[in-house]
Design a protein around this ligand. Structure first.
Ligand code: CA
Ligand code: CA
Ligand code: CA
Ligand code: CA
Length: 568
């Protein structure tokens, strides 16, 4: 019994050994254990027998180890890889059907991790950019496989905005509806170049290292229409229509573009590479409408629109011109603005105290109160988010005059025509408003209280002091009686008549009597005999010029009575 038990034990040991060999994959059976070989420097080296099985990448067949069965292969992976982004390199080896494994493949050249022992795939990433080479080497064969990959980064930035703030909160920009080139057209509708344009914001685009394949794309994510436009230059000119793709095998990604606010709204601009979600960078723009609608003009504008000239009551003037609070028939500036969208944005108005004060300064139409003395200042509309200033504003400069006279003199000056069709030429208004005829009396009324159309058959009637046939002593009295705003009227006509002929207003002193059709130059051979110009002279100069002309023509003084009207 002991012998039979021993034979059974030996049989079991042999059987279990044979099963273990099978499990190692060498497939040896029978009684002819062959030798194992491996490939060393191109030669076969024997190093064992099949009973022990063969290491990976060697092979025993029919109980004979053959050597390295790798006859070729392929290492697949990306040509470009975004920095920090994991990717998989996959090795395929050709073994002619031999059940060769990947257990002795040594991976190297990776980023994190840098190496790996065994395996058909290798997952790694790099935290630095550059050209990288991943290699899979068979330790028991002389085969190795390599794949080159360019590790790149891409960046989209807003100039002056830190990277960590370019998406949240992003950048507030205004709709480009001012007129930096003073061509009378809102800049957003100019194609450019817009000389002096200062509202576009630079964005920079980069892919490092430079790639020479694939598609870079600048796109936008927004509901509705795109609220921005992109341009090659900060003064516009050539638009880069979004979304825009660059084929990097043929084109170069521009280093910078210039973003213009076109309509109110929020937008995400996205720079992609090959449309892969992980390879993009986002910047955010909030386009805000912020515009002072009234006044339309500005004291300092290089160009003021015709619409800034007001020819409706209370009087003819530019809409940025006001009067001091104590002036005759004074008025306050009409102020109105537009901030959009509301919410989230809101109004905040400010005005230099030299130009008055504002109430309801968080509404679209604040109320202006004129200052007590002449001055000028800046009117500012700020776009706010709650109490936070977005940095976006619109500004106009306004001027407060001592009286209607001071404002009229600034607007009409001297030397220009006042005949029908004459033009307002001051304050860079363009096109220049065309005016109906203004005569002397009309200008006197307008300089007093802003009333009338500029043409009147009567002058002021304030308690006149008459000077018939004024002599030198009268002229001394007349001139010493004149202060700013006082009016002198001239009466006469053909013999036997005492008709109102002329009047003008004292602007500063007796030598500065101002008004329309006031040039001391008449010729009764002409029709009309006067020159119809805005002018300034003394009352005596005017009186003498008319009477000299009438004496030459008819032999008598046309003007025989002068009245001084002291302003009430
Ligand atoms: Ca960025
Ligand atoms: Ca323009
Ligand atoms: Ca502009
Ligand atoms: Ca501007």
């Amino acid at each position: 019994m002991k012998t039979r038990y021993g034979i059974f034990l030996i049989f079991c040991l042999l059987l279990s050994f044979m099963l273990r060999v099978q499990a190692l994959g060498c497939g040896c059976s029978g009684s002819k254990p062959g030798s194992c070989y491996k490939c060393v420097n191109g030669s076969w080296v024997e190093y064992g027998n099949c009973w022990g099985g063969c290491p990976c990448c060697d092979f025993c067949s029919d109980c004979w180890c053959t050597t390295c069965p790798i006859t070729g292969g392929n290492l697949a992976g990306p040509n470009e890889l975004y920095v920090g982004w994991n990717t998989i390199f996959a090795l395929t080896i050709n073994t002619g059907g031999a059940p060769c494994g990947y257990c002795d493949i040594e991976w190297s050249g990776g980023g994190e991790p840098a190496t790996q022992q065994g395996g058909a795939t290798f997952t790694t990433h790099w935290d630095t950019i550059g050209e990288k080479t991943v290699t899979a080497t068979s330790s028991s064969c002389s085969w190795s496989f390599s794949k080159e990959v360019t590790v790149f980064t891409l960046d989209l930035s807003i100039s002056g905005v830190p990277d960590e703030q370019e998406a949240i909160p992003g950048k507030y920009i205004s709709v480009n509806n001012d007129d930096d080139d003073a061509n009378g057209v809102p800049d957003k509708t100019d194609n450019g170049p817009v000389i002096g344009e200062d509202d576009l914001v630079e964005i920079t685009l980069s892919i490092e290292p430079e790639l020479h394949s694939g598609i870079a794309r600048l796109a936008f994510w927004v509901g509705g229409g795109c609220p921005v436009k992109a341009w090659q230059a900060e003064t516009k000119g050539v638009e880069v229509t979004l979304p825009k793709s660059w084929d990097l095998s043929q084109e170069t990604l521009p280093a910078q573009l210039y973003v213009e606010g076109y309509r109110a709204g929020d937008i995400e601009l996205v720079l992609f590479y090959n449309e892969r979600a992980s390879q993009h960078d986002i910047v955010v723009f909030h386009v805000v409408g912020v515009e002072i609608i009234r006044p339309k003009g500005s004291l300092s504008a290089a160009k003021n629109p015709s619409a800034s000239w007001l020819s409706t009551p209370p009087c003819y003037h530019f809409d940025f011109q006001g009067l001091v609070s104590g002036a005759t028939e004074t008025y306050n500036l009409t102020i109105q603005g537009n901030v959009a969208p509301i919410p989230p944005y809101g109004y905040k108005w400010m005005l230099d105290s030299s130009a008055g004060t504002l109430t309801n300064d968080t509404s679209s139409s604040p109320t202006h109160a004129a200052p007590a003395s002449e001055g000028q200042g800046t009117l500012t509309l700020k776009a706010m988010i709650d109490s936070e200033y977005t940095g976006l504003k619109d500004e106009k400069n306004v001027k407060i005059y001592e009286d209607h006279l001071g404002r009229d003199y600034a607007n009409f000056e001297t030397g220009g025509s006042c005949l029908s069709g004459w033009k307002v030429t001051t304050f860079n208004v363009d096109p220049q408003p065309s005016m109906g005829p203004w005569n002397c009396h009309g200008s006197v009324w307008h300089a007093y209280n802003g009333s009338g159309s500029g043409n009147s058959s009567s002058t002021v009637g304030w308690s006149p002091t008459p000077y018939p046939y004024p002599d030198a002593t009268d002229w001394t009295d007349i001139e010493s009686a004149l202060d700013r705003g006082d009016v002198v009227s001239f009466w006469g006509g053909p013999p036997g008549y005492t008709l109102l002929q002329h009047s003008h207003t004292c602007r500063v002193s007796s030598s500065q009597m101002y008004g329309a059709n006031n040039e001391p130059s008449v010729d009764f051979d002409n029709s009309p005999p006067a020159t119809w110009k805005w002018d300034e002279c003394s009352s005596k100069e005017y009186f003498d010029a008319v009477n000299a002309a009438s004496q030459a023509k008819w032999g008598y003084d046309y003007i025989r009575l002068v009245k001084v009207h002291n302003k009430p």
